[in-house]
Design a protein around this ligand. Structure first.
Ligand code: NAP
Length: 248
């Protein structure tokens, strides 16, 4: 064990995340999870992330989307958090264009029920260059699927449920190589169980006592997954931890 010493100031909080090499994924795409937890591991307070996220975490959350070819998220998070299309600063958009990426990443939502308010901004306000995707499965209701196709690009990946590997393969086939998963815990848990999580950027907020919902909910029988802690940063009392999946 050793103590961590206070290091150099980081001028740009995104800088440590921009330099990560995400060009060699273990599977279809490189999948980065970005989550915030209380120090007791809670992932929500009264069903929302809101007051769990400190000011420096909120800034990093907005800015992290710059690294993504696509932002992947579970349906319940979209419903509860009132998702909107991704917005980035002019400088971030310019930096992306220079790397051959679209100006902003699209959002992809995973759902079997397809129970959405299709007038919600995440669908109705998405630019044509970053139309929102809905990733669903064969078992989805055909009527709801037809409705979804009016408001989003629908991708079918799996029979009874969305299969994480098939979903990521579909995203890779569409040219999305860096996938930023913003949760929620149930969908993240499925990605971990399928061994598809390459990197986890975890913000630890200095509070306890939220909902009994951990940042990742493992489906029954899922194996353990080990991670290496590669970066530790702090601002005020928020810790920023960056993990990568252990090499086997
Ligand atoms: N702390 C954080 O960083 C963070 C991040 C995100 C969210 N949250 C919080 O987490 C809560 C929501 O998370 P959650 O875990 O309950 O939900 P979630 O993971 O966001 O979404 C679960 C939903 O996604 C769909 N889904 C997941 N796996 C699927 C599969 N294999 N096949 C088909 N559909 C699948 C289903 O949608 P359908 O029901 O439509 O079929 C399922 O009900 C909220 O309180 C939110 O505030 C916290």
């Amino acid at each position: 064990m050793h103590q961590l010493q206070r290091g150099a100031e980081i001028a740009d909080p995104l800088a440590p995340y921009l330099t990560v090499d995400r060009t060699q994924p273990r599977h279809e795409c490189w999948v980065t999870g970005h989550m915030v937890a209380g120090i007791d591991g809670t992932a929500a307070i009264d069903g929302r992330v809101g007051s769990l996220s400190t000011a420096p975490d909120q800034e990093l959350f907005r800015r992290m989307r710059q690294i993504a070819d696509i932002v992947l998220v579970g349906a319940e998070t979209v419903r509860r958090e009132g998702y909107s299309p991704v917005r980035l600063s002019a400088a971030a958009q310019q930096a992306r264009r220079q790397l051959g990426q679209s100006a902003v990443p699209a959002v992809a939502v995973v759902s079997r029920s397809l129970e959405f308010d299709w007038s919600a901004k995440v669908f109705s306000a998405a630019p044509p260059t970053a139309r929102t995707l809905v990733i669903t499965c064969e078992a989805a209701d055909p009527g709801r699927r037809a409705e979804a196709e009016k408001h989003a690009t629908v991708v079918v990946a799996g029979e009874e449920r969305v299969d994480p590997a098939a979903a990521l393969q579909a995203l890779a086939d569409l040219g999305h190589r860096v996938v930023l998963c913003e949760g929620g815990p149930r969908w993240l848990g499925e990605l971990v169980a399928a061994d598809r999580l390459d990197e986890l950027c975890l913000s630890l907020s200095p509070l306890m006592g939220g909902d009994p919902l951990p940042v990742s909910v493992a489906p029954p029988g899922a194996p353990l997954a080990g991670f290496d802690l590669l970066q530790v940063m702090a601002e005020d009392h928020t810790l920023f931890l960056r993990y990568e999946r252990q090499a086997r």
